[in-house]
Design a protein around this ligand. Sequence first.
Ligand SMILES: Nc1ncnc2c1ncn2[C@@H]1O[C@H](COP(=O)(O)OP(=O)(O)O)[C@@H](O)[C@H]1O
Ligand SMILES: [Mg+2]
Length: 384
Amino acid sequence: MRIILYLGKGGVGKTTVSAATATAIARSGKKVLIMSTDVAHSLADALGVELTPKPIEVEKNLFAMEVNVLEEIRENWGELYSYFSSILMSDGANEVVAEELAIVPGMEEMISLRFIWKAAKSRNYDAIVVDAAPTGETMRLLGMPESYGWYSEKIGGWHSKAIGFAAPLLNRFMPKKNIFKLMPEVNEHMKELHGMLQDTSITTFRVVVNPENMVIKEALRVQTYLNLFGYKLDAVIINKILPQSSSDDYLNSLIALQQKYLKVIDNCFYPIPIFRASQVAHEVIKTDQLHDLSQEIFDGHNPSEVLYKDDKTQLLEKVDGKYVLRLHMPNVEITKLNVNIKGDELLVDINNFRKSIVLPNILVGRKTEGADFEKGHLNITFAN
Ligand SMILES: Nc1ncnc2c1ncn2[C@@H]1O[C@H](COP(=O)(O)OP(=O)(O)O)[C@@H](O)[C@H]1O
Ligand SMILES: [Mg+2]
């Protein structure tokens, strides 16, 4: 079984590319589920069908569902939710505010992750394609196995606090035994899912970009954090590429700008394979059009395969008490090398190309002490 997660900034085409990928996999004869965990429900629009939290078969082998987090909270997590809000109310928050606050940060993502876990455990599918919410929160949660434990701890903490202050009141709101039974179970599922997500033969992440400065920055951040957390990026999909030239001046200046950023993407994501899709002159909707788009993107490659199998592109290690960032750069002869830091970016000039890397927080503000290149790895040492 394969799990493929698409990440990237809002509007770049994650939903479209995810749906195109799923359609291609289904038409190759494999059973696939595409799941959207984004609250902006555009998967239904892309597929041109109504979707629910229960998978429906859109065409042969292609199943799709949209996770409605708020509905899920209302239906299945009501108990937990009223528990949180009752505690907040006992702390003095008014009812409306308490209800608002009771949606614990990260809870939405956790619920989405639990849906992925459920689908993976069902063993119903050869592949699961996830059209994830725009990067931030999803990444944070994926990155911290501890956060799965966060809920139990938090609840544990609040629970003892509640016992001290407002036990009689809370007992009315909260059949606590059920909650405490539920949390360890969820924790187990999250741990199991985390294992699957880190298994690079099962799960790979793909980032969708457009040839635009800010979009690329966000994609680089995605790459850095995926590397850091032990997840595998196996492809970059550049979407909405304009034609090579036009008779229109306005379009030509946009094209020139895109050409510049296409080079930046090539340099920055090397050696991750890059796939390309043109900006088409119509909306990409329904499976036939999505399938056409997938043909252009994957161009003979099998989208359900792991598309990059080599070493991780970045590795952060501690050597003799210092942080060393190891960049995997196979097949590069380095004749000229220059390393600079600008804000949260590391700019590596190698020969005639510049690679930029978004630094993980832990390295921001540090100076580099030196760089050396051995056996296809560029090692950059940071001062303490
Ligand atoms: N290659 C493309 N050519 C033309 N329009 C596209 C292309 N890819 C996506 N779109 C359109 O761009 C909009 C945003 O795409 P979407 O997949 O919803 O992005 P995201 O999920 O990243 O927010 C949609 O209207 C979609 O139809
Ligand atoms: Mg989307």
